[in-house]
Design a protein around this ligand. Structure first.
Ligand SMILES: N[C@@H](CCC(=O)N[C@@H](CS)C(=O)NCC(=O)O)C(=O)O
Length: 214
């Protein structure tokens, strides 16, 4: 049995979606981020970084969304969550790497400025600059999807990259950014609609309650 340490609405949602798509047996251990559960001694023993997601598979503990998504795809080859084609394989890895290192990090400046500054003025500056950077990064995602012109992020094959990308579409729609995703990012929204139509995504949405494209 796999256990995903997860908080609804967080980036760990991508791993939750991938587990549901995979057909593997899993359970979710909810982490109350708002209450600071990620900073308790018990949780820090599991993940000294104090973040979700964490995937536990017996005595194997894995952190980092991109790594967890690849691990789930490898455990469930029949679910075809990672493309076989070398170029699509590369594209999938490209999306995962960029989402983790660029897209997520830009958002963190808006959502978690305390990571980057101490004073109130410093934090306000981080948020202000983060908002500009994040809007630009969201536009880069939109432009990349439009330029690719493929149904899925990696190409013709659905993959975990689509699930990871979808989480950030929901963040665009969420209260922190509050973007008009449907009108301002139409190609990304068309992609999000394809993801949202999947039965596994709808099952997870019923539990986690994230926004869906109109
Ligand atoms: N690089 C990590 C980032 C994980 C991360 O930042 N998770 C956030 C939720 S989206 C978290 O646990 N935040 C809690 C905190 O900052 O206290 C990954 O991609 O998995």
């Amino acid at each position: 049995m796999l256990t995903l340490h997860h908080s609804p609405g967080a980036c760990s949602g991508a791993a939750h979606l991938a587990l549901e798509e995979s057909g593997l047996a899993y359970e979710v251990a909810r982490v109350a981020l708002a209450d600071g559960q990620q900073r308790t001694a018990d949780y820090l023993r599991l993940n000294p970084k104090g973040r979700v997601p964490v995937l536990v598979d017996g005595d194997y503990v894995l952190t980092e969304t991109a790594a967890i998504l690849r691990y789930i795809a490898r455990l469930a080859p029949a679910a075809k969550l990672w493309p076989d084609d070398p170029r699509e394989d590369g594209r999938c890895a490209e999306w995962l790497t960029w989402i983790a290192s660029g897209v997520h990090v830009s958002y963190a400046h808006v959502r978690r400025p305390e990571r980057y500054a101490d004073s109130e003025a410093g934090k306000a500056e981080v948020v202000a600059k983060g908002r500009v950077t994040t809007r630009g990064v969201w536009q880069q995602v939109e432009d990349k999807i439009a330029a690719q012109g493929t149904p899925w992020a990696a190409g013709q094959a659905f993959s975990v990259a689509d699930l990871y990308l979808f989480v950030f579409w929901t963040w665009g729609k969420g209260a922190v950014l509050d973007y008009a995703m449907e009108s301002d990012f139409p190609h990304w929204t068309a992609h999000a609609r394809r993801v949202a139509a999947r039965a596994a995504v709808q099952r997870v949405q019923a539990k986690d309650g994230f926004p869906m494209p109109a």
